[in-house]
Ligand binder design. Structure first.
Ligand code: ZN
Length: 314
């Protein structure tokens, strides 16, 4: 008797309780990529089940959904996408799966920066023909400015409240406190970057994801054409960047958690600088890694960027 009670208490309860509470009208959220999945989780907590289609360390630009990904839309009560051309595959998946529920666009209301279409590995940048070299597209990486991240939080909270009216007040309140946390994080980042002399606020990295972050904190990110995409940069492009790294004394050279590091490693070697680590831009790390949440991503990136820009030994 005693033994059976022990077993019951030890085995089924921990697994059943969250599932049961979710089953009572909780939202079933499908987010296009890991950062949106985390934002939704921070706001909804135990009130929702959340699936991010492009998961940790996964390049959402070149993502190819599988049939099992489309399957996730069955029974979903809310879909969250970034928009601005970042996750167009999600729209195609929604059409293919005939999902007719609400779709929230996290960047709604944000006036995007522009970026050169060629400079980035976006799916929509491909197949544009030879005349497209100077074409500009909206820069989709708005989450990299935490102040815009607070708008993401509010947009997601509003969508959650509409999709899960029974918990609307809780979602709105959680969204507001999450936005306040991100706002505080912005203050911390600004204070950190302020310790770097303005002339030293230059970073070389492998893809062009930090336009918003750079604009928010007065940092110049260099990611020339070719460095970011599958296409190899020309010898001329590499040589020009090496000259610039040397001439401007740039000490902050970084890889990212996605993509092939070979080109940047070679470039750093030839420029005589050390690669200072790995930044997280478009995808979080897995839970055991250094950037498992949106907030942890900033703390990790800033913790690497600031000493590297200052030229301190790693
Ligand atoms: Zn990107």
């Amino acid at each position: 008797m005693h033994r059976r009670t022990l077993l019951l208490a030890a085995l089924p309860l921990p697994a059943l309780r969250p599932a049961a509470s979710r089953a009572q009208g909780g939202a079933r959220i499908v987010a296009s990529f890991s950062i949106l999945g985390d934002m939704a989780a921070q706001i909804a907590g135990e009130r929702a089940t959340i699936r991010a289609i492009a998961g940790p360390n996964t390049d959402a630009h070149h993502f190819q959904p599988r049939p099992s990904d489309a399957e996730a839309l069955r029974g979903a009560t809310l879909v969250i996408r970034n928009g601005l051309g970042f996750d167009g595959w999600m729209d195609r998946m929604i059409r293919a799966a005939n999902y007719r529920g609400p779709v929230a666009t996290a960047t709604e209301g944000i006036v995007p920066r522009r970026m050169a279409a060629h400079a980035h590995g976006h799916g929509h940048g491909h197949g544009q023909g030879h005349g497209a070299a100077r074409r500009e597209v909206p820069d989709p990486h708005a989450w990299q400015d935490p102040r815009l991240g607070t708008l993401y939080a509010r947009n997601i909270a509003r969508a959650l409240a509409a999709a899960d009216p029974a918990n609307a007040a809780a979602h709105e309140a959680a969204g507001a406190s999450y936005a306040a946390r991100i706002e505080a994080l912005h203050g911390w980042i600004a204070a950190q970057v302020a310790t770097v002399p303005e002339a030293r606020r230059k970073v070389v990295t492998s893809h062009d994801a930090f336009g918003y972050f750079g604009a928010a904190y007065g940092i110049r990110f260099l990611a020339p054409q070719g460095i970011s995409t599958e296409a190899e940069p020309s010898a001329q492009q590499v040589a020009a960047l090496i000259r610039q790294i040397r001439a401007e004394g740039i000490t902050a050279v970084f890889l990212e958690n996605m993509g092939n590091p070979a080109t940047l490693e070679r470039l750093a070697r030839e420029a005589g600088v050390r690669v200072r680590g790995r930044l997280y831009a478009d995808a979080l790390s897995d839970p055991a890694g250094p950037a498992p949440t949106y907030e942890a991503m900033f703390r990790h990136n800033v913790g690497l960027l600031v000493p590297a820009m200052r030229g301190e030994a790693a």
